[in-house]
Ligand binder design. Structure first.
Ligand SMILES: *Cc1c(COP(=O)(O)O)cnc(C)c1O
Length: 410
């Protein structure tokens, strides 16, 4: 039975390899941090073939660890203490017997952070977005979605019967056109990422909100790459545009700036959250997050509201990096986040450049078509509050060295 299917899969895999799109996992053998070690040949999962592994120390510029909390001692202690007090797992979905006080407290803390009415937790933001639209809208309604929205928003929209409209990334004239068409429907939701992950640009939330008022639409913002990062105190795009409490639906993740573990959430208007608790499928049919993760989540928000040190350092680091890289002659996309797209345009060059940087001890990822448009290949650098000035300088020096060798800098 398997033979035909196996051949079919092998053919597909070969096509992926030949197109140069095959993804190999790079194995890290330290905690996630700004300083990590990667294994240069990965150990086999069944314990065979070990011994050929050597360690390569690198400075990490490709994690979503924006605030450097992924190995934070206070979070680790909070997780350990709650695991001792409340056990390892919940073995249940939330509404049967998977809700502890820890989950309720984390939901309250997230609502306080965003200035919203209520919050619902999910196993991941992928689930939050996947389970968002279908319970709220029917074929009578419309979703107007930014063309560069995250895959999970796209999947969530697909799972919903609402009429779909798409507007070009951040293009307000196009959004207005689509909103005009969507007047044919009953209710309308505009869906957008807060920060777009490939360029690091922020959505024009103030203008989106104005159009939403004009054309009678609700607004949904996914703050996964923006919460903890954007805004003076890291409260995300609603802080940046001074719009706290105005947006009906915000989704986000605990897997990036907020500790880098797992967990997602939807936060916003009370009735929306209430209906999601009744009807959202990833919430109803998927396990509760472990108490230790929820407890570390609570601690994360405590750390971030206690002091602005991490947000300040992240903003300083990003501004420093962008300024020095531009001064060195690199072309960096306009960014309002901690994502810096160093433009190289050529796909092969982006891969060569990233490989050469790794030899210099700088760990980054090169992106090219189809992840970004054709002719828009780049290296994405993600700055963290955990980076020291020395680490940033090493990165800039390595970029300059390789850029000169590869003819990018004249
Ligand atoms: C990372 C990301 C997600 C997925 O978050 P997980 O919690 O890892 O599932 C969703 N939306 C956006 C915009 C993201 O960047």
């Amino acid at each position: 039975m398997y033979q035909d299917f196996q051949q079919h899969l092998q053919k597909t895999l070969n096509e992926i390899r030949e197109a140069g799109l095959y993804k190999n996992e790079r194995v890290i053998i330290t905690p996630q941090s700004s300083d990590i070690k990667v294994a240069t040949s990965s150990p086999s999962p069944c314990g065979e073939g070990q011994g050929g592994v050597s360690e390569l120390p690198v400075i990490n510029f490709c994690a979503n660890n924006y605030l450097g909390l992924a190995d934070n001692k206070e979070l680790i202690e909070a997780a350990k203490a709650r695991m001792d007090a409340r056990g390892y797992g919940m073995a249940s979905v939330r509404f049967i017997c998977g809700t502890q006080d820890t989950h309720k407290e984390l939901e309250r803390v997230i609502s306080d952070f965003f200035g919203t009415e209520d919050t619902i937790l999910y196993a991941a933001c992928f689930d939050a977005n996947g389970g968002l639209f279908e319970p709220l809208l029917t074929e009578e309604d419309a979703i107007i979605s930014d063309a560069l929205n995250h895959a999970s928003i796209i999947d969530g929209v697909r799972l919903c019967k609402a009429v779909r409209y798409r507007y070009a990334n951040g293009d307000m004239a196009d959004l207005e056109e689509q909103l005009k068409k969507a007047q044919a429907q009953r209710f309308r939701i505009i869906a957008t990422d807060g920060v777009f992950s490939m360029d690091g640009n922020v959505c024009p939330l103030d203008k989106i909100y104005e159009l939403a008022q004009k054309y009678n639409a609700l607004v949904m913002v996914d703050e996964s790459h923006s919460a903890g990062v954007v805004g003076k105190t890291g409260h995300g795009v609603t802080e940046l545009y001074n719009m706290r409490g105005k947006i009906e639906i915000i989704t986000g993740t605990l897997g990036k700036a907020f500790g880098g573990s797992v967990g997602g959430f939807t936060t916003g208007k009370k009735e929306i959250i209430d209906l999601l608790r009744q009807r959202s499928r990833p919430y109803l049919f998927s396990n509760s997050i472990p108490p230790m993760i929820a407890a570390a989540g609570i601690k994360t928000f405590e750390i971030l509201t206690r002091s602005n040190e991490l947000q300040d350092r992240l903003h300083e680091n990003t501004a420093y990096f962008v300024e020095k890289m531009r001064a060195a002659g690199f072309d960096i996309k306009p960014t309002q986040s901690a994502i810096c797209a160093v433009m190289l345009y050529d796909a092969r060059l982006s891969q060569e450049f990233a490989a050469a940087l790794q030899k210099e001890g700088i760990y980054v990822t090169g992106f090219y078509y189809p992840v970004v448009p054709k002719g828009q290949a780049r290296i994405r650098v993600q700055v963290s509050a955990a980076h020291t000035r020395e680490q940033l300088d090493k990165c800039i020096a390595a970029f300059t060295k390789i850029g000169t060798i590869l003819g990018v800098l004249k």
